[in-house]
Design a protein around this ligand. Structure first.
Ligand SMILES: O=C(CO)COP(=O)(O)O
Length: 156
């Protein structure tokens, strides 16, 4: 058995990261409004502009990191590595080139490495937010996890 891999039972409340490129901001705001009652039960964070716009338009509290082009995707990726993110809703824009495309790819890759559910369009986001996953105690395999479970949200 790999000693660096620990299984944690995290509880029902999830730490959810919300991210959208500019061409998809309206879509993620509408999605948050549609699922507001569910999202209220969870801890929300996101890249800078997305977080601010969701809070302004829906009233949901969303802790904001840096804007995506200024390293926000990398900050979310680092939280994934630390075992603090349970779900990522990332409405990326497939029709517009992004200056920070390497950061976007790095986030997609690290979510895959750590087996974190990541929705890149509304259909997938709808599926996850209405699924058992969101309601269940979440058993999460975390590699090199060093923080106490209760510190997870506080240190996001
Ligand atoms: O660029 C982004 C994700 O790659 C999103 O960043 P903002 O939320 O700051 O617009």
């Amino acid at each position: 058995m790999d000693d660096s891999k620990i299984t944690l039972t995290i509880g029902k409340q999830k730490n959810i990261a919300l991210i959208a490129h500019d061409g998809k901001k309206a879509e993620i705001i509408a999605w948050c409004e549609e699922h507001k009652e569910e999202l209220k039960k969870h801890f929300l964070c996101g890249t800078g502009t997305t977080a601010r716009m969701i809070t302004d338009r829906t009233g949901l509290p969303v802790r904001g990191y840096n804007s995506g082009p200024l390293g926000g995707d990398q900050q979310v990726g680092a939280k994934v590595v630390e075992g603090k993110i349970d779900l990522i809703i990332f409405f990326s824009d497939p029709l517009t080139a992004q200056p920070h495309d390497p950061d976007v790819k790095a986030l997609l890759r690290i979510a895959q490495v750590y087996d974190i559910p990541i929705a890149n369009n509304k259909a997938t986001a709808d599926f996850i937010i209405t699924s058992d996953f969101i309601d269940k105690e979440y058993n999460h395999d975390v590699i090199n996890f060093k923080k106490n479970i209760s510190e997870r949200a506080e240190t996001l």
